[in-house]
Structures are given as C-alpha cells and as structure tokens.
Ligand binder design. Structure first.
Ligand SMILES: O=CC(=O)O
Length: 332
C-alpha cells in the first residue's frame, strides 16, 4: 500500500454524509463532493492510484479500464447491487476482488415495483396530470377507468430476493403469483409464496396479465425479453421493469405499445440511461407508460445501508479476511 498507513479509497460519486464521515475515519478517502460523474480518463487516473475503488452503476469498469489499473488496486467495492457495469471476470483474473451491496435494497426496490404495478393499470400519472392542468370536470361513472389488479396473474421474471419480496406484496393485493427463474425455488419457499413455477419463460409470458422483470442483467439476460418473446404476451398485458433496461428490447417494446399490441409499461430503468427514448416519453404523455428515473433503491435509509455495507466489505478485506459480499464470475 505504497508507504501509506491507511488504504486509499476512491469513491466515484457523492455518498450519504454519515457514510462519507465514517469512511474518512477509517481510510484515506478521496470523495466526489460535487457528485459529477467521472469520465473514463478520470476513472483511469483513479485506478492507477487507488487501493480500493468504490464505483456505482453509472461507472464503466470494463477490461480496458482495468488494464490501466496499478498493481496496488485490490478491491472494487461497488455501491450497488447490480454489477453489470463491472467486468467481474477481468477483475478477478487480475487478482482484484469485487463486492456489492445485496439485501439492503430488496424491500425498497420491491416497493417501487409494486408502485409501478399499481400506477400503470390504475392510471395514476394521468389522473395527476388532469388535476395539474385544471381539467377535472368532476366524478363520472365512466371516466378514467383503469384495470383491476386484484385476481390478475403476475409473472415475475427472476425470483431472487427482490422477486420474492415483490411476490409477498403482490399476493397481499390479491394477485396470483407466477415466476420463471433459472432454478426452481425450494418447495417450502415456493409454497410459502403460493407461487407457480414456469420452466418455460415463453409459456409463462403468454398467460400473464402483468410481467415484472426482477433478474440481474448479465450476458445471458441481455434482451431476455426480445421482440419475439414480447410478441408472446397478451395484447392487454403490462410490463414493469425495475431491474435493468438492457433486459428488454426497448425499441421492440416501444413499437408494440405504439401499435396497441401491448397495453403499457412501467419502467424505472432504460437501455441507454440517462437517455430516454423520446418515443417512450410520448407514450408517457399518452398515458400508456409510466417512467421513472432509476429510483428503485432510492431511499435515505437504503443508501445509508448500502454505504455501511461498502464500508464493512472494505474493512473486512483490508483486515485480511474474505469480505461478506464477494461477487464471483460464477455467480453471474
Ligand atoms: O440499480 C441499482 C443497484 O443495482 O444497486
């Protein structure tokens, strides 16, 4: 650690105050006080010097960047659950450990998913807009009717922590829970969730009223909901995505909603963030989609918990132990 007593930890974005204070106490820390995202050149300068880098979902830590890392870089402690911004295999090959912050954003992300499941069929954004524009003519038996949630079939794609937390919420709203996952859940867990397993994603998609994407983005899940698969959905089905934009073929999805081949969508994530396809924005104006700017895990409590996890991972690693939230290529 190059004549330094404490490891140099470079943090790429502004983190909650309490997290930054604790980091300063424990490590030699370079923070990003004005929260401007770092360019690739600035990231390269950081990995040349840092013992530990703390990136987030918006930083591209690919093989090209890692090839510029100094030999002192030992740990990439991601502030976030998803690690699709990091070339984990390259990092591990170079002897760099990668960690993330699983678990602490499960409930918040499941809440946001449920919020979108409610918002799209029940036309929340449209209702708000009517009031905002002073266009409300009063209650009417046939005006602003949405679709009932109760009794509908929810198909969860990816039944990990967030998928399961969503299943518990949706069951409380009277929805029937279906899921597709690489591995079937243990029988007890599946029964506890009263969830129906579909080995075939295609077959599940064809029968659902609402489909929620809750799997990680990996090479295997890129465009998992391809144009072909989206066509399997019922014409009056809705899609919700709080995972990663890349899992759905966004152009195909947009085209299908425009053509009336799908009822609508609730999206918290996009294929080319922070850019949002203007055609999706147009569909939002028309009340067909509800769009949010990647807010799934955005709670004060969640972000502090994520920061605390990052600190535990760094401290444990620096103390010579295996950090609790190691990410291995075999897990992806
Ligand atoms: O999207 C946020 C995360 O993966 O933590």
């Amino acid at each position: 650690m190059a004549n330094r007593k404490k490891p140099l930890v470079v943090v790429t974005r502004k983190l909650p105050d309490s997290v930054e204070t604790r980091m300063r106490e424990l490590f030699e820390t370079r923070l990003n006080v004005d929260d401007r995202p770092l360019s690739q050149a600035e990231l390269a300068a950081a990995v040349k010097e840092a013992d530990v880098i703390v990136p987030t979902v918006t930083d591209k830590i690919d093989a090209a960047l890692l090839s510029q890392a100094g030999p002192q870089l030992r740990l990439i402690a991601q502030f976030g659950n998803g690690v699709d911004n990091i070339d984990v295999a390259s990092a591990v090959q170079r002897g760099i450990t990668v960690t993330n912050t699983p678990g602490v954003l499960t409930e918040d992300t499941a809440d946001m998913t449920m919020a979108l499941i409610l918002a799209v069929p029940r036309r929340l954004a449209e209702g708000f807009e009517v009031l905002e524009h002073g266009e409300w003519g009063g209650w009417s038996p046939t005006w602003m009717l949405g679709k009932r949630i109760h009794g509908k079939r929810l198909g969860i794609v990816g039944m990990g922590r967030i998928g399961q937390a969503l299943a518990r919420r949706a069951a409380a709203f009277g929805m029937q829970i279906h899921y597709h996952n690489r591995r079937r859940l243990p029988e007890k867990l599946e029964q506890g969730l009263d969830a129906t397993y579909w080995e075939s994603l295609d077959q599940m998609l064809a029968r659902m009223d609402i489909v929620s994407v809750n799997c990680p983005h990996t090479p295997a899940t890129y465009h998992l909901l391809s144009a072909r698969r989206l066509k399997l959905l019922k014409k009056d089905a809705y899609i919700v995505n709080t995972a990663r934009g890349e899992i759905i073929d966004e152009v195909a999805l947009t085209r299908m909603i425009e053509a009336g081949e799908l009822a609508g969508a609730g999206l918290d994530v996009f294929e080319h963030e922070p850019a949002v396809n203007p055609r999706l924005l147009k569909l939002a104006k028309a009340g067909k989609v509800v769009l949010l700017p990647h807010m799934g895990s955005a709670t004060v409590e969640g972000r502090v918990d994520m920061g605390d996890k990052v600190i535990v991972n760094i401290k444990t690693f620096m103390d010579g132990h295996k950090p609790p939230d190691r990410v291995l290529p075999s897990m992806l």
